[in-house]
Each structure stands twice: as structure tokens, then as C-alpha cells.
Design a protein around this ligand. Sequence first.
Ligand SMILES: *Cc1c(COP(=O)(O)O)cnc(C)c1O
Length: 361
Amino acid sequence: MQPFSIHPDTAKAISTFELPESLGFGRTLAPILYSVDYADGKWNGGALMPYTDIRIDPASKLLNFAQVVFEGLKAYRGEHEHTRLFRPKMNWQRINSSCERMMMPTIPEELFFEGLCALTAHIEPFIPTVSGQSLYLRPLIFGTQPDLGLGTSDQFTFIVIASPSEAIATGPLRIVIERDGTRAASGGTGAVKFSGNYGASLYSSVAAQNAGFDQPLWLDASEHRYIEELSVMNFFAVIDGAICTPELGGTILPGITRDSLITIAKNKGIKVNERKLDVDEVLELVQSGRCSEAFACGTATIIAPISHIGEKDGTLYELPEPTGRISQSLRKELLDVQEGRKPDVSEWLYAIPRHYYPQNT
Ligand SMILES: *Cc1c(COP(=O)(O)O)cnc(C)c1O
């Protein structure tokens, strides 16, 4: 028997759900969710239930002190096989680092996997099989204790929601160097998926859009000199044929796509350098042609080529290969593994175990 409970209206919520014509990214929400509470020092039993509003106390630690962390990963159905998650163990490890940084209880591996697998198994019929589309899963943990004093919550909720999605549109990006604002400082929360990081990034994001760019490119907080990343994507540049990406140093989010691309590139015999990238040096290398392409990567987009890097005053530097030859070949290689067209040599895919599926299938 399943250790989690299933709300009696779950099957009805699933049977009455219809996918819209156009999915978008993160817009179409699956009709059910998984939820489990933490109280008195332990996690209780999880439950699948119809998607619903949740009750949050106005005095909760979540609303007053942003005690909330999240994850993002994808389930791929493929055409003939059962649904598989991409490197979910890394998301489990990362959400626990986020929890530790935010003084929240870690989530046991069994419970994290139960949430992902139970939800995914039950909505498998709605997972798109078109290449590039998938089920985007969003686990969240937040503090629910009502108490206005600054301190950590003693009650939490872990929820997994899901969205049948297209990949985020990946036209070549025009990014603007953010020389004033800061995303993450040393000793801060940049290396974890803490929701506050993203709310705090919006000011620069909107300014970038108003100036005609897609996104800001964040630099280090102390010198405003070294490239860090984008707001939800890691940064790569191809310099003299080698792939270069800023080394992780506590302020950059350790992306799972970043890690996967480094592995794929090394397996293809492409040189990979994880090092400091001085933004002005990179601009010179772009102008001299030695930096041939740049790209951003993350679960939602996979890889987006960067066509232009600019300054707020309107100065623009176009990459010699604005649509990215190497980045497109890496994207194809990763997607071929994720969607089951190429052998999973690194054992990145995790098949949803049969016992999570509804009993009558
Ligand atoms: C989530 C995220 C990424 C990408 O991580 P993936 O595991 O590849 O999805 C990169 N940067 C930031 C700031 C992020 O929040």
C-alpha cells in the first residue's frame, strides 16, 4: 500500500481536467498537488489532493520573513516509455542545502521522491510528449507558524505542484551588464533557491526590459567586475573553442543544467574551464572574435544562446555566433538524453516506480 493518502476528490479532479490548446511555461497548472506538513519536530504523512488555494495565516513566518525555498525540475514522458525525472536526487540535495541556509527542516529523501513520483504518476496522461515539452515540477517548502517575532518557524509545509509546459521561448537573448544592482553577496543566499533572491532581482529585470534587453547579467557584489549568472540561469562563454563558466563560489546557484552541460562537453572532448570571468575581458574577447558565443542555461529553458551583451547606456556587443553553434549542439545532446533518444550513460534519468501509479492501471 502507498504510504501517502489520496483525497477522495483526486480522481475526479484528474478526470475532469483538460489541457488547453497552448501550454506556455508554468501557466497551465496540473489539477492535483502533493502536500505534507511538518510539526512537533517531524514530517507527517503526505497526501495527494485536488489543486486548491491554501490557507496561510497572515502572521506566518512565510509572509513576514520569507521563510520559503523552492526547486524546479522536469519529468519527460517520451513516446514509448514511462515517465522519467531528470536528476531528481540533485534537486533533493539542493533543496536541503536551501533549507539548511534558511533554518528550515530538511526533507527526507523518501518524502521528496514520494511527492514528485506520486504527483507525476497520477497526471501522466497530461504530460506532453512533443519534443521540448515536459512536466515542470515545482517543490516548495515554507514556514507556516503564526508568530510576528523574528525567528524560525516551528511548522512547515512541503508542497509539490506541476505544470505541463513548453520549454520557455529560447530566442537569442540580449542581456545587459548590471553594474549597479546586486543579486547575491558573499555570505548571503545566492547559492540556494531561496525565493527572496528572485523577488529582489525584479527591480533590475524590469529596468533591463525597459532599456530594450531581455535580462540583466549579474556581477560579483564586491567589485562589480566578475560575471556571476542571470537571474534563473547560469552563464557560459565559448572562448578560443573552450567552454568557460564562472566557478561556483557561494554566490552562484549550482545549476543542474550547468553541471550536466559540463559533463556532456567533457565527454565530447570539449575543454571546460570553471574560472573567474572578468566582464570587461569578455567584452574585449567578443570584439576580437575570440569569444565566439555565449549562452545561458537552466531547467526551464535548457539552453538559450546570447546574441548581444550590452551596457545600460545602449552600447551593444554582438557575439560572432549569435545563435551559437556549440550551444545548439549541447542543447540537442542534453535533450536527446532527457527525451530518451540517446543512451543515458551518466544515469541521469529516474523512472517513476510502478507502485506510485493509480491502482487500477
Ligand atoms: C534555478 C537556477 C539556475 C538553474 O539551475 P538548474 O538546476 O539548471 O535549473 C541558475 N541560476 C539561478 C539563480 C537559479 O535559481
